[in-house]
Design a protein around this ligand. Structure first.
Ligand code: NOJ
Length: 585
């Protein structure tokens, strides 16, 4: 049985490697996204043209040439739509307008034109699981009576108990606290409850309602007509809830973005039979929605892409999101959260390739984004830090920055040699660490507030990035303002401090991206090399041999021309936490 023909609710086993036609993981036609390197821009923190301390679209446009020079193929813009910014724009009040904080629709059109002029595709971030509570649909729902069509666009339910005082079920919000908020009726009496997987300012839409589905077809077309090359789809695994909304207690304390996967974060191996998905994640009904979205994108010329944010496990289940008539690709969070150890890394790479190839989709690879601890810190953490919890001044197991950066460089060099599509998060090309010293008073992530400071949240990876070592706000703007304070010691990370400097992280990224393109690694394949022992990940992709040493002991390198190395190589041996790319000499 192929995944393509599998019913939505069945999770088939990954096919054996030997059965896989190689062509299934190579690019076909001009489906650019199959091998693209996509750079995530977090608009608040990328570049600020008006000096108010919050990044904007004009700032992005101004800095686009730096990204073309870096060598990426596309940018993904986190939300810039009209929003009260309770969750940094993932609380949308108008899907068809730009928030004045970021500019105007004209600014967006100019950005798009400039990006296309530089050969960069542009992916927008669609947030369909929930709206802002300020959205006109939700305001209309609040004003409308119980049982009305307006209320049916969201997830309103009566409370339990004689006065409806008890929440409809026991679900916990991803950001902490209950997943339900009670409405106060216009006459001051207590009313129904509404569901919000995230903050109470982010009510969940009712995707069983055809009206909601129709609205989003229109929203997609609005941006496709303007020329966007596709969408990253927020919380693509959360939009359908299990019928009857049954109680659910996560196997481990605290809610998270994922179901089975997030309970142990061991890539690819949570068994859905043993650890069932929560009733709000990964429900089979979502696939019908993606088929509809696929059809809308197919109306347009050029290959437009849909990328799922779907925190589900195992990878064979993620692959269900990217069957030929659904989305194009899905983030590979199993890969992101794999420990810095050779065996699990080899395993997750193979499982990813197998699972996605089984449906004819490319695997994706990612190490950082705006929701996780930056990998230049995460890879050296010595204590657990669940997704979304963040790290701060009082966190245990603080990473050694030198070890973290060294591992991050090795990990990225490994990732960019893998076939498929890779996602980069702004600032990682500078080797930026997580900011662990943010003062409590500066924090903005709802997670921090909803957990009463128990979880630091995600602000530490969202600090505005440094462009110029000796300018106000490191060149983020001219005014020196910054919505999250930038660390005092970030000058060496600034782009201009690394530009043209041999061995800098920026130059390493540029070299890797250029070689990846020259040698066609994105459309290649992985052929494992097992000559270097258990602590080494080594493979051939076309004419390039990639070797990463995760052990403590240096490994003798084979004869060959080193075209990329994440650290300086002295005397023909590959030191710990280092990756090289070799060509036959
Ligand atoms: C996932 C986004 O990546 C995250 O930043 C956001 O808080 C939640 N979805 C809610 O939209």
């Amino acid at each position: 049985m192929t995944l393509e023909s599998a019913p939505d609710s069945v999770v088939p086993a990954a096919p054996e490697r030997a059965e896989l036609p190689k062509a299934m993981i190579t690019a076909t036609g001009d489906e650019w996204w199959r091998s693209a390197v996509i750079y995530q821009i977090y608009p608040r923190s990328f570049a600020d043209s008006d000096g108010n301390g919050i990044g904007d679209l004009k700032g992005i446009t101004h800095r686009l040439p730096a990204l073309a020079e870096l060598g990426v193929d596309a940018i993904w813009l986190s939300p810039f739509f009209k929003s009260p910014q309770k969750d940094a724009g993932y609380d949308v009040a108008d899907y068809c307008d730009v928030d004045p904080l970021f500019g105007t629709l004209d600014d967006f059109d100019q950005l798009l034109e400039a990006a296309h002029g530089l050969g960069l595709k542009v992916i927008a971030d669609m947030v369909p699981n929930h709206t802002s509570d300020q959205h006109v649909w939700f305001q209309a729902a609040l004003a409308a009576p119980e049982g009305s069509p307006e209320r049916d666009r969201y997830m309103f339910r009566d409370g339990k108990g004689p006065n409806g005082d008890i929440m409809p079920n026991n679900w916990e919000s991803v950001f902490g606290g209950p997943m339900w908020e009670r409405v106060i009726n216009p006459d001051g009496s207590k009313g129904q409850w509404y569901l919000h997987i995230f903050d109470k300012s982010q009510p969940d839409l009712n995707w069983e309602n055809p009206w909601v589905r129709e609205q989003f077809f229109g929203i997609l077309r609005f941006w496709l007509d303007r020329g966007v090359d596709g969408f990253r789809v927020d919380v693509a695994h959360g939009m359908i809830k299990e019928a009857g909304l049954p109680d659910y207690t996560p196997p481990e304390e605290g809610a998270s973005m994922g179901g089975a996967a997030a309970t142990d974060l061991i890539p690819g191996i949570a068994d859905p039979e043993v650890v069932p998905d929560p009733p709000y994640w990964g429900q089979p009904g979502v696939h019908e929605i993606w088929r509809g979205w696929h059809e809308v994108l197919a109306e347009y010329e050029g290959d437009r892409v849909l990328c799922a944010e779907a925190w589900v496990d195992p990878l064979t289940k993620v692959a269900l999101w990217v069957r030929p008539d659904e989305m194009s690709q899905a983030f590979n969070f199993a890969y992101m959260f794999t420990d810095w150890k050779a065996k699990p890394l080899r395993r997750v790479i193979q499982e990813s390739i197998d699972a996605f190839a089984g449906v004819g989709a490319p695997s994706t690879w990612v190490l950082s984004n705006h929701d996780v601890v930056r990998h230049a810190s995460r890879l050296a953490l010595t204590a657990d830090s669940p997704q979304g919890a963040g790290i701060g001044p009082n966190s245990p197991g603080k990473p050694d920055p030198a070890v973290g950066l060294r591992r991050a460089r090795a990990a990225t060099s490994l990732m960019l040699a893998l076939p498929g599509s890779s996602y980069l998060y702004q600032g990682e090309e500078l080797g930026l660490p997580e900011d662990m010293e943010l003062p409590d008073s500066a924090r903005q992530d709802p997670t921090w507030f909803r957990t009463n400071g128990e979880k630091y949240g995600r602000d530490g990876c969202r600090v505005p990035i440094p462009w110029e070592a000796n300018s106000p706000a490191y060149g983020f703007n001219d005014s020196g303002k910054s919505w999250l304070p930038q660390p005092k010691d970030w000058a060496p990370y600034a782009r201009d401090a690394q530009e043209g400097v041999p061995g800098s992280t920026l130059e390493m990224y540029k070299a890797a991206l250029s070689l990846r393109s020259v040698h066609g690694l994105g459309t290649g394949s992985v052929e494992w090399v097992t000559d270097y022992g258990k602590k080494v990940v080594a493979f051939r992709n076309g004419d390039v041999t990639v070797i990463t040493n995760l052990g403590k002991v240096a490994v003798e390198l084979p004869v060959g021309e080193i075209v990329l190395s994440s650290e300086e190589i002295v005397g023909g041996a590959l030191p710990t936490d280092t990756t090289v790319w070799l060509l036959p000499s």
